[in-house]
Design a protein around this ligand. Structure first.
Ligand SMILES: Cc1ncc(COP(=O)(O)O)c(C=O)c1O
Length: 394
């Protein structure tokens, strides 16, 4: 038989799904499980968005839409980019509505990178980046973040990789605010990364899906807004996290020419268009949902503070102080267990589902990712059980 699986044979199925399935299996057996593995808010999508989508469905909007998305939504996205980042993206020439930010990541990496090219990924990282490079035939180049130093990019390692890697680094993937650590790269780090990209002629794929979920007064600086960067940055964004719309499968890629067309091609041949009624829901309801967004972010902040307070009381456990997204990245090395065993036993013995840090890259070894996108009542239960588990071990 011909070798039909060259690109996928080194890929592993997502371990997050494995945890979800294991947790479900235990629940089926009657066990009480606290879900702290999840990467989605537990809130319901804001009512104006739901109403607009229902209206679209009832009025027969059940057909294909334009490949790159309906004009109203592309205009809204361009408007958000303009007001948030000061960039002039043309709605019809630079913005593609995708089936989730996941598709935008896929389209960008597969559309733009290829064999012989390296894609720098600051790890630990959302595992799609690595695997999309395998799909593209490009080489994922992991560069560790300095987890012990507030999760800063390590410019020594970055310099080394551009000078020494046999696969010429041509891309840098940057996710800010950051999954899985909850870190937020401040303007200083962003400008330094921009200088680095300019110096080494890198195209940046900036995944800013969590841009509205941060807990300081200042909005995170987009790398695309740094002078000289707009023409070499693909912005990836979406609605899943900000508007609690994970199931709607809606996101976007925004890119200048000549980066736009390769992304458009992959989008066309992979999905044709994002679901029409999802787009109409977003287009009709996003602007009326800003109050809901504020409410959700405030609630996430309340939960973040609660979990921080609880973790601070656990002796020997340390964590990266989260400033964005909705995750804690917790160092569990003092337990003596590796993170896979720790997570497995925490689920089996205490019924708490978390993600082992090594799922996100080699630097994540010795960590677990805990999501606080669950209710305060569940978080309280989860923290009680995590504390008991830790006290048994240490
Ligand atoms: C960093 C990052 N990018 C992209 C996505 C994908 O989001 P979507 O649901 O819009 O595909 C996620 C989801 O967890 C994420 O954490």
């Amino acid at each position: 038989m011909v070798n039909i699986y060259q690109r996928t044979k080194n890929m592993e199925l997502s371990y997050i799904r494995t945890v979800v399935e294991k947790a479900r299996e235990l629940e089926k057996q009657g066990r009480s499980i606290v879900h702290l593995q999840i990467g989605e808010p537990d809130f319901t999508t804001p009512e104006p968005i739901i109403e607009a989508a229902v209206e679209a469905l009832r009025s027969g909007q059940t057909h294909y839409g334009p490949d790159e998305g309906i004009e109203e939504l592309r205009q809204l996205v361009a408007g958000q980019i303009k007001s948030r980042k000061g960039l002039n993206f043309d709605p019809l020439e630079n913005i593609i509505i995708t089936a989730g930010a996941s598709e935008a990541v896929f389209d960008a990496i597969v559309g733009l990178s290829g064999p012989g090219q390296g894609v720098i990924i600051l790890e630990p990282a959302f595992s799609n980046y690595y695997n999309c490079c395998l799909c593209a035939g490009s080489k994922p180049l992991y560069v560790p973040l300095a987890l012990e130093d507030k999760c800063r990019p390590d410019f020594n390692s970055l310099g080394k990789i551009v000078n020494e890697s046999p696969d010429k680094p041509a891309f840098l993937v940057l996710n800010n605010p950051h999954n899985p650590t909850g870190a937020l790269f401040g303007p200083g780090a962003i400008k330094q990364l921009a200088d680095f990209a300019l110096q080494y002629d890198l195209v940046v794929i900036a995944d800013e899906i969590y841009e509205n979920i941060h807990y300081g007064d200042e909005n995170p600086l987009s790398i695309a807004s740094v002078p000289g960067m707009e023409e070499r940055t693909v912005l990836v964004g979406g609605f899943s996290k900000t508007y609690a719309m994970t199931g709607w499968r809606l996101g976007y890629a925004a890119a200048p020419e000549p980066l736009y067309e390769p992304i458009q091609k992959i989008h066309q041949y992979a999905v044709t268009c994002a679901a029409t009624f999802s787009q109409l829901g977003a287009a009709g309801g996003l602007q009326k949902s800003e109050e809901d967004v504020r409410r959700m972010v405030n609630e996430l902040d309340r939960r973040r503070r609660y979990v921080m307070d609880r973790l601070d009381q656990i002796k020997g456990m340390t964590y990266i102080r989260p400033e964005g997204a909705f995750y804690f990245f917790i160092n569990i090395a003092a337990s003596g267990l590796d993170c896979m065993d720790f997570s497995r036993r925490l689920l089996e013995e205490q019924g708490v589902a978390v993600i082992p840090g090594s799922t996100f890259g080699p630097s994540g070894k010795g960590f677990i990712r805990v999501s606080y996108a669950n209710s305060l009542a569940e978080l309280e239960k989860g923290m009680d059980r995590l504390t008991a588990f830790w006290q048994n071990l240490c």
